[in-house]
Ligand binder design. Structure first.
Ligand code: MG
Ligand code: MG
Length: 280
């Protein structure tokens, strides 16, 4: 059952989502070759718990051991922090969730550490752009399939990437994962109707190569079957009368990236970031 949210509930989800964004921004200050992914996780957990009543949403969720999912290079999602040191040339998909005052926020961002190949830059920029193309379809009167199709068209149909089928976006609210599923592939005009008060996490997981995936023996980490890199960007979005309202925030993350020489600033290359989806 889809639970539509009141404006008061949307503001609580925004509060959690903005804390997720600030946690990303805090972590982004510390990303550098030589730091372990476990250290980044400690930074994130400490930062979240410094806000009274706020909790990491992933820690303990289904037995997940950490605050952040950190998935490196060919890892798609659900990688967990370890003693592995980050190295120049890695890309890190970091996913973070917060619960605060009974409501959740969820947002992911892929960080390029140092120089990247053209293939990887294209993957990052096309994936983030596909997220905004999907958000633009989260409008009253559309269906979830319109969001799904827009992302698939932008990435797989027009640009030849692999869209992961096994993992999808979702409703967000008083639970981290609610109805409906929000796949990154689908058919226009299909799926649940998008109504005012719907809050969803839209999260393209896009592979440079094949869409096929494998799971590591750790029981969590999902990787690309062909070993090629994968990118993941996610916003929590509310559907309002005036259009999609993005409750999480990449601007604060790009501010941190700008001041961290270990992460190349790619904000200028992103096509849709500055788009205001709220009309009126
Ligand atoms: Mg997430
Ligand atoms: Mg999510």
């Amino acid at each position: 059952m889809i639970k539509l949210k009141t404006q008061d509930e949307i503001e609580l989800i925004r509060k959690s989502s903005l804390l997720v964004a600030k946690t990303h921004a805090e972590v982004a200050k510390h990303i550098r070759p030589g730091i372990t992914t476990k250290s980044l996780d400690v930074i994130a957990e400490t930062f979240i718990r410094d806000h009274e009543g706020a909790k990491p949403a992933f820690k303990g969720y289904g037995g997940f051991p950490a605050t952040l999912c950190i998935s490196e290079n060919e890892q798609i999602v659900h990688g967990f922090p370890s003693d592995r040191e980050i190295k120049e040339g890695d890309i890190l998909s970091i996913d973070c969730g917060v619960e605060w005052e009974g409501y959740f926020g969820d947002s992911a961002f892929t960080y390029p550490v140092g120089d990247q190949t053209d293939e990887v830059w294209d993957l990052l920029i096309d994936t983030i752009d596909s997220l905004y193309v999907g958000i633009d379809c989260a409008r009253i009167g559309n269906r979830i399939g319109d969001v799904s199709y827009a992302i698939q068209k932008y990435t797989e149909i027009d640009r030849g990437y692999g869209v992961v089928r096994e993992l999808v976006g979702h409703g967000v609210g008083s639970a981290l994962h609610e109805s409906p599923d929000v796949p990154n592939y689908g058919k226009r005009g299909r799926g649940p109707k998008i109504k005012e008060g719907l809050v969803i996490a839209i999260e393209p997981m896009i592979n440079a190569g094949s869409r096929k995936v494998k799971q590591l023996n750790d029981g969590w980490t999902i990787i690309t079957a062909d070993g090629k890199p994968s990118a993941h960007f996610e916003h929590t979005v509310a559907v309002t009368k005036n259009g999609p309202d993005i409750l999480s925030d990449f601007e604060v993350i790009f501010e941190s990236i700008k001041s961290n020489p270990n992460i190349k600033d790619f904000k200028e290359k992103v096509r849709y970031l500055q788009t205001n989806f709220q009309d009126g």
